[in-house]
Design a binder for this molecule. Structure first.
Ligand SMILES: Cc1ncc(C[n+]2csc(CCOP(=O)(O)OP(=O)(O)O)c2C)c(N)n1
Length: 902
């Protein structure tokens, strides 16, 4: 790293030397300097005339500036890069920069209690250099809160940023370093040519992490949830998670059998969890499974952490620590990093501060920092949180321990994110088969000759008086453990589903789940969620809406979508199920249908009626307007859901298609985590969908995308067309014995469509129906139209208008898994030699068609006629008029006599 070119703020660029030159010019001829400087020097000379008579002493103030300067920019001159010789000359920290000189070194100055009330300048400088310019550079002066700055200052300056380590701890640190080193070495020799994404070059990560985990336990943390990428993961599993070495070796030998459907995942992506015991404290540590997509796991770890915090009584932030380990290139490059940082202090998403470790090996695959970021440090994005950032020399494990202690204590004290940058190098190529000399010959020449961290630390310990024999003993013990494990069979490890998953079954089944709720209960619930606190007055239109909701339930008919949803929520919280709903503007609801949180028009105070219902049943109803992100928020809710099998976690997209900003979370976690990692989730995604002539970007939630991801009963994809169906669908999510992500295409225009209502009867019994039969009795049916969602109502109205009674309308409410047997039965009810049509409003390359067509053809052993929009590169037309013409054509064709078969 080269900090030589570091530029300071514009005023800092004006050095005393420059001012000196300007002043000389001014003395020669005032016209030689700029006008503003002319004024400045005039004032200065005037001042000097006044002051020289009293001989002011500017040096105490200069010393204060010097102290401040070290705190501010000491990190730039700190010795933190193993590959670059340390700069001894710190131009901006020279005494002369402050108008001081060598004669002042022995003079006593007031320090403002920085070490002692007074100290010789020499000592002040020594302390500052030790604290801020050795192996630990600290950025903290950007923190705007004085208490936080002085908390750090006192601890750092008081200790000179050196940890106090006893002999035992030093030996243990050596052991950790050697364990990290020898583990990689052993794999290298025994499993030649296999990818392992070695930690070599960053072996200090192991003593660093161990110290964090141990200190976490000591600080009463009960859980640490860790997210990281592939580099060093196996080493961390072995040496931090203490996963039995024989199991890791057996995975290398690739002789595992999978208990689950699918192919599992490569060993450097899978998660693990275990309990670590330290003296009389225990801590559960979990490593989240993650995909190759760097940093995508970050919000998932946050969501998991928040869920565990919420499950713990009291202030969960004190008991659960999220810990994220990043690569330098990925931390600077991936947008989801900034998104996740932005969740840090938000009410619905905060986790009491995350501890970040950025392993800066100064390269990303073959890309150097100069091409990987525009910032000085890879950690600069974290400054958005005003977090302290510790930059530490990777070959100085003791400095890392110091940073770790400070970082963890700071997080616990201030509940904010903290960052440790471990500056190191990558000893091999990107993976062990890669040749780094192809692209970075000079850097790798340096690395080839660079001693191992463990050897450097050994030399330090020998110098400090440790005996060669005691260090050798440690090395032999590690070798022996590795060799013994190689000869052992893998152990049966119960990889931890937390206890609350024990009653959940893995298999999906079609059997109907009774989800009806007694009418009287529903009536009472609707009273509760329509009732407002005394002297609470929302906008009059909202009051009317609440009254209408209540009246509909009371009358037992015309219950609309918003009310159906509220009844589903109320009935679940009433049964003790907690609900968490998050998404952009989801308190009110993008389309004004929800109003889960009301605001008093005079005071602005908020009130969430369903929270009161939940309080009475000892559950929780939490609704959060999220920040304007899809990826991080959906990732967060996914993480929350995997920790909360008995709660209902819902993420709502503003419009369904915005979810493609979170595609990595959908593809890599939601659709495939069951198959890859044996982790299922009951997360619900609400995706507003429907062609209403609002243009390409507001019509389609991309039903086809989700269906393409469907296999092995991995997800439930539903397009419910009535409020009662939504009610049963949501309740099924909790009452079913299995957990699967549920993708729900939710309506927009149907929220207020006069036909899209249900009776109370429909809520009070039965269950979610995957397919809805035609409610009308038809004579001599000649055609069955299969459809899904909103278009049903258009078809229904048209059928009435043209007085048609020989065409049946059957609705597919659940598109995946498709209940083929039931569908066949329902169609057959209308006769045998029928025409079968699939009618959709989506484009032909969207909606359900491409996915359903082969299945329908197989079920019915005949061709199905397609009616819908043509294939298109864009989801919908921009013109409202064109949209209506298209819609009209679709409806007419659906009922027309003959059509070309597709
Ligand atoms: C989102 C994403 N893009 C690209 C890749 C391919 N890739 C794997 S590792 C890597 C370099 C990562 O560099 P860095 O973050 O510095 O971590 P390091 O591998 O150096 O530990 C790249 C580009 C990926 N895994 N994920």
């Amino acid at each position: 790293m080269n900090h030589g070119d570091f530029e300071m703020t514009s005023t800092d660029n004006i050095s005393p030397q420059w001012i000196e030159v300007q002043y000389q010019l001014y003395q020669e001829n005032p016209l030689l300097v700029a006008e503003e400087w002319r004024g400045f020097f005039q004032g200065f000379e005037l001042g000097m005339e006044t002051f020289t008579s009293t001989k002011p002493d500017h040096k105490p103030a200069a010393v204060q500036s010097l102290i401040r300067r070290y705190r501010e920019i000491g990190h730039i001159y700190a010795c933190v890069d193993p590959l670059t010789p340390c700069e001894l000359n710190h131009p901006r920290l020279q005494l002369s920069e402050f108008g001081l000189n060598d004669q002042d070194l022995s003079r006593q100055f007031a320090t403002n209690n920085f070490i002692l009330p007074n100290a010789p300048l020499k000592e002040i400088v020594a302390v500052l250099q030790q604290t801020y310019c050795r192996s630990l550079g600290v950025e903290f002066m950007h923190i705007p809160i004085p208490e936080e700055r002085s908390w750090l200052q006192q601890r750092m300056e008081g200790s000179r940023n050196q940890p106090k380590l006893n002999k035992e701890k030093k030996l243990f640190t050596y052991r950790m370093l050697q364990q990290a080193t020898k583990f990689e070495n052993f794999l290298h020799r025994k499993f030649v040519g296999q990818k392992r994404f070695s930690l070599e070059g960053a072996e200090s990560t192991i003593p660093l992490l161990d110290h964090i985990i141990e200190n976490s336990a000591k600080l009463s943390l009960q859980h640490a949830i860790i997210g990281m990428a592939h580099r060093g993961r196996l080493n961390i599993l072995a040496n931090i998670f203490q996963k039995p070495l024989e199991n890791i070796f057996s995975e290398f030998a690739d002789n595992e059998t999978f208990k689950i459907v699918g192919e599992g995942d490569v060993k450097y992506h899978r998660g693990f969890s275990t309990d670590r015991q330290f003296a009389n404290k225990s801590i559960h540590i979990s490593l989240a499974s993650n995909p190759s997509h760097l940093e995508a796991v970050n919000p998932v770890v946050e969501g998991k952490s928040r869920a565990r915090q919420d499950h713990l009584a009291g202030d969960g932030e004190d008991f659960v620590l999220p810990l994220l380990i990043h690569g330098d290139a990925a931390f600077a490059g991936q947008g989801i990093v900034a998104e996740t940082l932005n969740l840090s202090q938000l009410e619905g998403y905060r986790t009491g501060g995350t501890l970040h470790i950025v392993i800066n090996n100064q390269i990303g695959f073959t890309t150097l920092p100069v091409d990987a970021r525009s910032t000085c440090y890879p950690t600069d994005i974290a400054k958005m949180l005003m977090s302290p950032i510790f930059h530490v020399h990777g070959d100085d494990p003791e400095a890392l321990l110091q940073a770790a202690s400070l970082a963890l204590e700071f997080r616990m004290e201030f509940k904010k994110d903290v960052v440790i940058e471990l500056i190191c190098y990558r000893r091999h190529g990107h993976n062990e088969g890669d040749e780094p000399f192809f692209t970075q010959p000079l850097m790798y020449e340096k690395i080839r000759n660079h001693p191992l961290t463990a050897d450097l630390y050994k030399a330090q310990l020998l110098e400090e008086g440790f005996s060669e024999a005691e260090l050798l003993k440690i090395e032999q013990e590690i070798d022996e453990a590795l060799n013994l494990a190689m000869d052992r069979n893998p152990l049966q490890i119960e990889e931890g589903f937390l206890k609350h998953w024990s009653k959940v079954v893995r298999e999906f089944a079609f059997s109907p789940i009774p989800t009806g709720v007694d009418k009287q209960v529903l009536d009472q619930l609707s009273q509760s969620f329509s009732k407002l606190p005394d002297r609470f007055a929302p906008h009059p239109k909202i009051t009317t809406l609440l009254k209408k909701r209540r009246a509909a339930v009371s009358a037992g008919e015309k219950i609309d979508w918003g009310t159906g949803e509220a009844l589903a929520f109320a009935s679940l919280v009433n049964e003790g199920t907690s609900i968490r709903l998050s998404g952009q503007d989801c308190k009110r609801g993008t389309f004004n249908h929800r109003h889960a949180t009301l605001n008093d028009i005079s005071s602005g105070k908020a009130f969430t009626p369903l929270s009161r219902v939940a309080d009475q049943a000892n559950s929780k109803f939490s609704v959060y307007n999220s920040m304007l992100s899809e990826a991080a928020v959906l990732g967060f809710e996914y993480g929350y859901s995997v920790e909360t099998p008995h709660g209902l976690t819902i993420w709502e997209a503003q419009f369904g298609d915005f979810a493609n900003g979170a595609q990595v979370i959908i593809d890599q976690f939601i659709a495939s985590s069951m198959t890859k990692w044996d982790r299922s989730s009951g997360l619900v995604m609400f995706l507003p969908h429907g062609y209403e002539g609002q243009g390409p970007e507001h019509s389609s939630a991309r039903i086809e995308r989700y269906l393409q991801l469907c296999a092995d009963n991995n997800m439930l994809v539903a397009n419910p067309s009535t409020p009662a169906q939504l009610f049963h669908l949501l309740r099924r999510q909790i009452h079913a014995p299995f957990r699967r992500p549920l993708i729900v295409f939710t309506p927009k225009a149907l929220l207020r469509h006069p036909l899209c209502t249900s009776t109370l009867e429909e809520f009070s019994g039965g269950s979610f129906r995957e397919i809805l039969q035609d409610e009308q009795t038809l004579s001599d049916c000649r055609r069955v139209i299969l459809c899904s969602g909103k278009i049903y109502y258009d078809l229904l109205q048209h059928r009435q208008e043209i007085n048609c009674n020989d065409i049946a309308l059957i609705r597919l409410e659940q598109l995946f898994p498709l209940h083929g047997e039931l569908l066949l039965k329902m169609v057959k009810k209308h006769g045998e030699a029928l025409e079968l049509f699939w009618v959709q409003e989506e484009i032909a390359n969207g909606g359900g068609w491409d996915h359903l067509r082969p299945q329908l053809q197989e079920i019915f052993a005949k061709n199905i006629v397609y009616v819908g929009r043509k294939r298109s590169a864009s989801t919908a037309v921009g013109s409202h008029r064109l949209h209506q013409l298209e819609q009209q054509r679709i409806i007419e064709q659906a009922f027309s006599v003959s059509l070309e078969r597709v």
